[in-house]
Design a protein around this ligand. Structure first.
Ligand code: SAM
Length: 176
């Protein structure tokens, strides 16, 4: 599952790489949805389902432990403190992500905003539901080999900005 897939390049690449796996993409930006639909048609790809709206509306409808990997790549950082409550990754959504991810499944979040990276690390590791998988700086500084660069990542790198990719393992079931 990918939340906020933008124009869908990453989701398309993952779905092409894993043709026997079903993917869900959430994106309210309709031009992005149209771009992905067109790319899916050109690639004759049938293993992606699109939810063209706010992912938070879909999360309660998904069965517990039904998702193997959840990608959130370059979510809007909402840098001002007064807008932090708009951040897509927050304690409430992290509980929802923990519910839908199977134990041992992966939550992968990338960002070029240091403050948001620290925020995500802080909240994701706070209640014990997720284990941060990094063992050395390269584990968050380098983009994972199985994740092609997204449009936002290309832009950030073009500005000379460093990006972090945080990979978490869903640890255990919690009562929600
Ligand atoms: C900064 S863009 C990154 C797009 C893409 N992931 C990339 O890296 O190029 C953030 C995207 O998240 C989408 N988004 C924001 N809030 C969302 C939500 N609640 N549910 C689903 N998508 C959301 C926006 O529409 C936007 O396309």
């Amino acid at each position: 599952m990918e939340i906020g897939f933008g124009a869908g390049e990453h989701l398309l690449a993952q779905a092409q790489r894993h043709p026997t796996i079903g993917f869900i993409g959430c994106e309210p930006y309709l031009n992005g949805v149209a771009a992905l639909l067109s790319a899916m048609e050109n690639a004759d790809l049938g293993n992606i389902r699109i939810f063209p709206d706010d992912a938070r509306l879909l999360l309660p409808a998904l069965a517990p432990a039904s998702i193997g990997r959840l990608f959130i790549l370059f979510p809007d950082p909402w840098p001002k403190a007064k807008h932090h409550n708009r951040r897509l990754v927050n304690p409430a959504t992290l509980r929802a992500f923990a519910r839908i991810l199977r134990p041992g499944g992966e939550l992968r979040v990338a960002s070029d905003h240091d403050g948001y990276v620290r925020w995500i690390l802080d909240y994701a590791t706070r209640d014990g539901g997720f284990l941060w998988l990094a063992q050395r700086p390269a584990d968050w500084r380098q983009r994972p080999a199985d994740s092609p660069a997204t449009r936002y990542q290309e832009k950030a790198m073009g500005r000379g900005q460093s990006c972090a990719t945080l990979r978490f393992e869903r640890r255990h079931m919690i009562a929600l």
